[in-house]
Design a protein around this ligand. Structure first.
Ligand code: NAI
Length: 254
């Protein structure tokens, strides 16, 4: 930690969450606002409706929006520049944005494979590269990426998605090793099945089959993922790095 630039308390820090207009990303943004941070809610396009939604929250005056498309390197650079310009620092990055394109491998084309890898793995690579420089200068940073239980277990119909999430975990561990001496931690939260738009479209027989396998007997909530993220971004969590924290109701115990 540099003597010139002391790390502000959590309530004075700046966080950026990708894909934060809904679902798990929204819950993470809200939890960080509740913790007193200035939070940039990343959204893929048109930030106006999101801005209105944030303003109505307690602490919403500390909520900002930033347009950021994981498929577009220029938009990622622009988003980080905008955060640095507006707030002077970036302490926390949460790589949450993600997509699925489920199909059995025999029917999956290369486009569907690449689309998922691009958003879920190349996107976080771009994001982490973009924040590392300011974080290294600050000699402080917290990076958390949202993977999935299937990154460890695999899942039929999700070869693309599972590969992207397993890759994200290995990527995070590698970066954690590279920056551990700079006061920057890099960790992963691996959710099980969480109630969001991503899972609401599952057919009833699939949902029931999944529920039978979850020891907790229910899907998780976005706030329960946010809680794990909130724990990892705390300044007191500085000795936890390269970890993959499962939040899955007991579905898989690595
Ligand atoms: P969601 O579909 O509700 O939200 C995904 C978010 O990513 C949206 O805000 C969307 O706009 C954003 N996004 C998609 N493509 C983007 C792009 N090219 N650029 C920028 N943003 C983009 O899904 P949910 O459930 O909230 O998922 C959030 C994360 O949690 C994802 O990484 C997902 O893989 C992961 N996850 C979700 C689980 C679940 O059961 N819902 C389980 C395990 C992991």
């Amino acid at each position: 930690m540099s003597e010139k630039e002391p790390v502000p308390p959590l309530s004075g820090q700046v966080a950026l969450v990708t894909g934060a207009n809904r679902g798990i990303g929204w819950s993470i943004g809200v939890a960080l606002l509740e913790a007193g941070l200035r939070v940039y809610f990343g959204c893929r396009k048109d930030a106006d409706p999101l801005r209105q939604k944030i303003r109505s929250l307690p602490g919403g005056d500390r909520g900002e929006t930033v347009v950021l498309d994981m498929n577009d390197p220029a938009s990622i650079e622009g988003a980080i520049d905008s955060v640095l310009h507006r707030s002077g620092r970036v302490d926390i990055l949460v790589n949450n944005a993600g997509i699925v394109r489920d199909r059995l491998l025999v029917r999956m084309d290369e486009k569907e494979f690449r689309e998922v890898i691009d958003v879920n793995l190349v996107g976080p690579f771009r994001m982490v590269k973009a924040v590392l420089r300011p974080m290294m200068k600050q000699r402080y940073g917290r990076i958390v990426s949202i993977s999935s239980v299937v990154g460890a277990t695999g899942n039929a119909g999700q070869a693309n998605y599972a590969a992207s999430k397993g890759g994200l975990e290995a990527f995070s561990k590698s970066v954690a090793l590279e920056v551990a001496s700079r006061g920057i931690t890099v960790n992963v939260v691996a959710p099980g099945f969480i109630e969001t738009d991503m899972t609401s479209g599952l057919p009833e027989n699939v949902t029931n089959g999944v529920l039978e396998r979850i020891p907790a007997g229910r899907f998780g909530r976005g706030e329960e993922i946010a809680h794990a993220v909130r724990f990892l971004v705390d300044p007191a969590a500085g000795y936890i790095t390269g970890a993959v924290i499962p939040v899955n109701g007991g579905l898989h115990m690595p």
